[in-house]
Design a protein around this ligand. Structure first.
Ligand SMILES: *[C@@H]1O[C@H](CO)[C@@H](O)[C@H](O)[C@H]1NC(C)=O
Ligand SMILES: *[C@@H]1O[C@H](CO)[C@@H](O)[C@H](O)[C@H]1NC(C)=O
Ligand SMILES: *[C@@H]1O[C@H](CO)[C@@H](O)[C@H](O)[C@H]1NC(C)=O
Ligand SMILES: *[C@@H]1O[C@H](CO)[C@@H](O)[C@H](O)[C@H]1NC(C)=O
Ligand SMILES: *[C@@H]1O[C@H](CO)[C@@H](O)[C@H](O)[C@H]1NC(C)=O
Length: 803
């Protein structure tokens, strides 16, 4: 959980319970088909075989040992990074040499990204070819080609590169590949593919092209000629290189177009006598992403084409290289987990076959056969409810029962559907059909913390038959899915573990307790621990509640002599001067007891406006003051002071705690308020809810408030002013730290809805009253016990509304 919280802090995400608990996931398809038996071949018939689709064989020892040493010794900014003769061991035989065509301006970005990501998956070597005099401060193997500049199209660079490869490395490699610097190559898959081809024969492999319609006739190609498109990469067998490379001068002297790949194709045709591979499959293996013209697989990374491909083009942004690598690794892990799941199931199966005693059968949870009824509830309260999903989610767990998809849920579903379709389409070619995903019609989901997440999905699919009579039909399909939870893994968060010790403590939500134990307290800047916290409290009436607040404040700050100041912004109410006087008296008595300097009253005129009140309060304090905006309904514990001091950093971070909002004590206690004690620090679901969407309580420095533009004081009454300020911070370069805080609870107060309000306002009032009434579970229990309440209330409410 600590790791999760920390991630939430760094990315300003709210912690989502659903995504939070899905730690490791493995997917198993269950049963059922009511339309046609087209799903599930994978699991039912292929027990024990795995549904592996992408296999990375990461070659960590990519650099020979002596090279690594020379890497470390290398001083920055030498010509062309590495000693290439050392980089390629002339006596060794490697499989493939990949030449990446790059340019000076991309050496420190794309080339580095390529080298750090896919290059290590290649069984062989990767060299970066750039213009004459190329310099890089990174340790990547760069070849600066003599007499070659960075002009585009890079015809000379490309052909000279082939010449260089031939002269220096012809004997060392079986295959040679020419790629651009905006490609991602899956080295291991490429190897597997090339191993099936005889490199002693001339081959010229890639995605065949003839140019666009407009270019017809201008590329000087004969009707049956083609060329391999440069973008997704071109592979030459050693034999092709032997035939072509000695003649590149001839080719360079006979250029007919400005298209680099076309010229390479013409050269290969002329001297090796072969054309680019015609096979239809090549467009999937050497993948050109037409869906994102300028993109870098930002939106199309999860396409099934990405899994199938050997190369991915184009990746213009170098940081996306890392993302793609990450994604492919994640997919690989997922596949391995799935394999484990199936093996565990097989073990269970075997145990049963061998008549093992029930108690000795494979105890691993993953070994349980997928089933909707792994868990059998003992009574009504233990039943785990399903949530309905379609275009939106209908859930009993949320205050707002019908809401749109939260992003993590959406991504989880997308990933799962991709996996399902992969299983469905396994061996699709042999079966002569493919099934494509169209849409999710509807579905149900639930999470069992002990076993995993269950889904029932009604998918809309397209069934395409290639063999025999061709057929394309839309089909609907029920799938039952189960994501089994893995064992819990504890992984140290590299981000926090690499920080100096002090910083970790700084952000720890458990800091107060740690400090209380007296351990390492000197590691935190001690001045900060005793910094004055300025409480700013807008007030208008609310006599009894204010009494409670003051008494609470006395307990946590005054009696304990904490460094704090209370600034009460009091709205004067001329029609009710009695209450105002009582409030002033009350503050006066505390001032007398504890000295006047710690509590002050700021008078405000006019109708109540929270924005104006907070603005007034803040203006009383200097830019270096730590401000804490609080409401009179909030009950506080002493440890918030430390959290406020440490989570708020001037010029760096503001703290927006998520407070717990109590339900109506009458509902909590089931109507027996007399002997019912409510522990305000009991955070179970029946006691209240976390106000994830409340932004009223916050702490920040005066200077930061000013820097983002302060409050919008034109906002009247309650509400909106807090969201306005929150969005200002979100858009600024100040980090918004948001976390639940167990030291602040919004105490319940009854809402009175005046039936004289206009209808819309009255309905809104009823709505907000209802949301803080009680947990859905308890309200449901009340109604179940006494249905007559429900019936009566509904009738009376309707009559009121019509008035
Ligand atoms: C590969 O091709 C060469 C040249 O055509 C031939 O001599 C050799 O037998 C082939 N190897 C295999 C395994 O087919
Ligand atoms: C002033 O007090 C009266 C009586 O409590 C109340 O009805 C009225 O709304 C208050 N006015 C303002 C501006 O708060
Ligand atoms: C919190 O309240 C629930 C429901 O009233 C009760 O069952 C539970 O024991 C309480 N927990 C604590 C720690 O007081
Ligand atoms: C970020 O913060 C620094 C220091 O507070 C400030 O000088 C700079 O202008 C800010 N940058 C942006 C983009 O707001
Ligand atoms: C509505 O509520 C009143 C009490 O407020 C009760 O006397 C009356 O019977 C209720 N009406 C209906 C139709 O139940």
């Amino acid at each position: 959980m600590i790791v999760l919280m920390d991630m939430a802090r760094r990315t300003n995400l709210r912690i989502n319970n659903f995504a939070g608990i899905v730690f490791g996931l493995c997917l198993g398809i269950l049963l059922s088909s009511w339309f046609r038996k087209i799903i599930l071949e994978c699991t039912s018939s292929a027990k024990g075989s795995c549904c592996l689709n992408y296999h990375v064989n990461i070659n960590i020892n990519h650099l020979p040992v002596n090279i690594e040493k020379s890497l470390n010794q290398q001083t920055p900014a030498k010509t062309a990074g590495l000693d290439l003769n050392k980089y390629i061991d002339p006596s060794g035989k490697w499989f493939v040499l990949i030449g990446v065509i790059t340019a000076k301006k991309f050496l420190d970005s794309r080339a580095v990204a390529a080298f750090e990501t896919w290059a290590s998956s290649v069984n062989g070597k990767v060299l970066f070819f750039s213009s004459e005099g190329s310099l890089t401060s990174y340790n990547i193997p760069v070849v600066s080609l003599k007499d070659v500049d960075d002009s585009y199209p890079p015809q000379k660079k490309s052909l000279e590169m082939l010449g260089y490869m031939y002269r220096n490395h012809y004997k060392n490699f079986e295959w040679f590949m020419r790629v651009d610097d905006d490609i991602f190559v899956k080295g291991d898959r490429l190897e597997k593919f090339l191993r099936s081809i005889n490199s002693s024969r001339p081959h010229y492999i890639g995605q065949a092209g003839f140019g666009t319609k407009e270019e017809t006739g201008q590329l000087h190609l004969d009707t049956h000629d083609n060329y391999c498109m440069g973008g997704p990469g071109i592979v030459f067998s050693r034999e092709t290189l032997r035939l072509v490379a000695p003649n590149i001068d001839d080719c360079l002297n006979n250029l007919l177009t400005t298209h680099e790949d076309v010229e390479v194709g013409r050269c290969v045709k002329k001297f090796a006598g072969i054309a680019c591979t015609w096979a239809f499959e090549m467009q999937h293996l050497f993948y050109q992403n037409y869906k994102e013209y300028t993109g870098s697989f930002r939106t199309t990374l999860k396409d099934k084409a990405v899994r199938k491909a050997l190369t991915l083009h184009s990746v213009k942004e170098s940081r996306q290289q890392y993302r793609i690598q990450n994604y492919l690794h994640a997919v690989h892990i997922q596949d391995l987990q799935h394999k484990e799941l199936q093996l565990q199931r097989e073990i269970t199966d075997m145990d049963q076959l061998f008549g093992m005693q029930q108690s000795k059968i494979n105890q691993n949870k993953q070994g349980l056969m997928p089933s909707i009824s792994k868990y059998i509830p003992e009574n009504r309260h233990d039943v785990i409810a399903w949530e309905f999903i379609s275009k939106s989610v209908v859930s009993h767990r949320n205050m707002n029962p019908r809401h749109s998809f939260l992003l993590p849920t959406k991504y989880a579903l997308e990933d799962m559907i991709v996996q399902v379709l992969q299983m469905v389409n396994k061996n699709a070619r042999q079966k002569g059909r493919t099934i494509d995903y169209k849409d999710l019609w509807y579905g149900y989901q639930r999470v069992n913390p002990l076993y995993g997440a269950d889904y029932v999905l009604d998918l809309l699919l397209t069934y395409r038959k290639h063999k025999g009579r061709k057929l394309t039909v839309p089909v609907r399909r029920h799938t039952y899915l189960q994501q089994a939870f893995d064992e819990i893994d504890l992984i140290e968060d590299p981000f926090t573990s690499s920080l100096p010790h002090t910083d970790i403590k700084y952000n720890s939500p458990f800091l107060f307790r740690e400090l209380g134990m007296g351990s390492n307290s000197e590691s935190v800047n001690s001045n900060k621990l005793y910094e004055t916290v300025h409480f700013i409290l807008p007030l208008s009436g609310r006599l009894q509640i204010f009494q409670r607040f003051l008494s609470n404040y006395e307990d946590i700050c005054l009696k304990t002599k904490e460094k704090s100041q209370l600034h009460v912004v009091l709205f004067n109410n001329e029609t009710d001067t009695a209450t105002v006087d009582k409030l002033i008296d009350m503050i006066g008595s505390y001032q007398k007891k504890y000295g006047g300097s710690n509590i002050e009253i700021i008078y405000a005129d006019g109708p109540f406006a929270r924005a104006r009140a907070l603005d007034l309060g803040a203006s009383q304090c200097g830019p270096d003051s730590l401000l804490f905006f609080v409401d009179v309904d909030i009950v506080l514990s002493r440890d918030i002071l430390t959290r406020l001091r440490l989570n708020t950093k001037q010029g760096v971070q503001v703290y927006y705690p998520i407070v717990f909002s109590q339900y109506d004590p009458e509902v909590i206690c089931g109507g027996h308020t007399k002997n019912c004690h409510i522990d305000w620090q009991n955070f179970t679901g029946d006691m209240g809810y976390w106000r994830s969407f409340g932004y009223g309580i916050a702490s920040m420095y005066g200077s930061d408030l000013k820097a983002v533009g302060g409050f919008d004081t034109t906002i009247q009454g309650w509400g909106k002013e807090d969201v306005d300020l929150y969005s200002k911070f979100s858009q600024s370069n100040i980090t918004v730290f948001r976390s639940i805080d167990t030291g602040m609870v919004h105490a319940f107060h009854p809402v009175f809805c005046d039936s004289n309000l206009i209808d819309a306002q009255y309905q809104m009032c009823i709505g907000s009253k209802a949301s803080s009434y009680g947990s859905v579970r308890q309200l449901a229990n009340i109604i179940q016990k006494r249905p007559e309440i429900y019936n009566r209330k509904v009738k009376n409410d309707t009559s009121k509304k019509k008035r």
